[in-house]
Design a protein around this ligand. Sequence first.
Ligand code: OOG
Ligand code: NI
Length: 454
Amino acid sequence: STPTDIVSRDEIRDRFSRAMSAMYQAEVPQYETLLELVERVNRETLERDPALAERLDAHGELDRLGVERHGAIRVGSADELAMLRRLFAVMGMYPVGYYDLSEAGVPVHSTAFRPIDDAALARNPFRIFTSLLRLELIESEALRERAAAIVKARDIFTPGVRELIALAEGQGGLTDDQAERFVAEALETFRWHRDATVDLATYEALHDEHRLIADVVCFRGPHINHLTPRTLDIDEVQRRMPEAGMNPKAVIEGPPRRACPILLRQTSFKALEESIRFAGERQGTHTARFGEIEQRGAALTAEGRALYDSLLTASRERTRGLDNEAHQRVLAQVFADFPDDEAELRRRGLAFFEYRLTEAGRAAGKVDETDLEALIARGLVAARPITYEDFLPVSAAGIFRSNLGDGGGEAYAGNANREVFEAALGAPVTDELALYAERERASRVAVLAALGQA
Ligand code: OOG
Ligand code: NI
């Protein structure tokens, strides 16, 4: 039977994301420094740009700014991934999107577990980019089998969290008490371990194949490898990182700075080398954990995304080897071909928008007009871009690479296999474009209905 005092999944996710951030701040002091820097730059940006502050506030985005972050983990088997899907569902996080990273020389494919509906996103949009190691892409059969056996022998979940997941599934949620225990038990899966489960020789053999393989296979669990707060001015945070004692990656990934931000821009401080005790009492090190920041803009339609992808590809040759300043300059030139005006983005169908009645629209009563652009021109309807809530495979690969050392190159290229990923996950991933399209459609229908056009 269902207890009467079930807490919402959004509440559990909010508690979990706060607990995760506290744990990571304690484990990686540089992450705390990064959070402080982001907070300071966000505050300064809002003070300098009251119009931005007002806009964010009007759309409920100011509240979520301080709690907003994403993280990432990497797991080693289908069983681990499928159990994670059930764990995240307890907190209202569902697999959205399929990302093939083999294209970029990283032997994983991924999804993002995240909240889906508007209210859940507004409350706390916490996301976990989750990658599954593709052992089938490892060349050496001996090494492949060794890695699979090591992963098979571990359990990355506590018995307590397994019980609570089953309980949540059975009774349709958790009570306050159970949620408290769930957060504590679930956190254990994401904790760092200073002890490897293998000896140094095994670690080195796996590391020589790909550093990522060693990272996934040699520890008791899939330690959270970064957390990422949302900044309002990524260029400024990148600029100030060195003076705050952080070593930023060479360039900011994603589109250039624009008047109408699109998609996602990301950068990070480089992963730290941390000391590890290997089986047989040997000391060594492992480099995996870092801190990242992101700046989010408008979600693009399929057409907008195709234009983004083609411009990014066109810029690739011209930006190779450049420092961030020069890189951004070239990107800005190339992206001159991408409209940077909200009305034009909307009219050309390049970005997704949400429509609302203005005050005049609410007062208007029945209106004989079904064309949204005409209604906007008459001041009855307002449109605003829908924020992109997902990830970008090329940028993700850039983040992976800057933290894994270069190399690996094209070894695994062109191996997208969504069916295999979904079979491992035990469920289909939701298509992110369909989610944005539905939000846009629902807002259009609601606006027209309110004007008597249903
Ligand atoms: C994930 C890297 C991808 C992002 O923000 O694109 C990512 C990883 O390193 O495991 O987090
Ligand atoms: Ni990330």
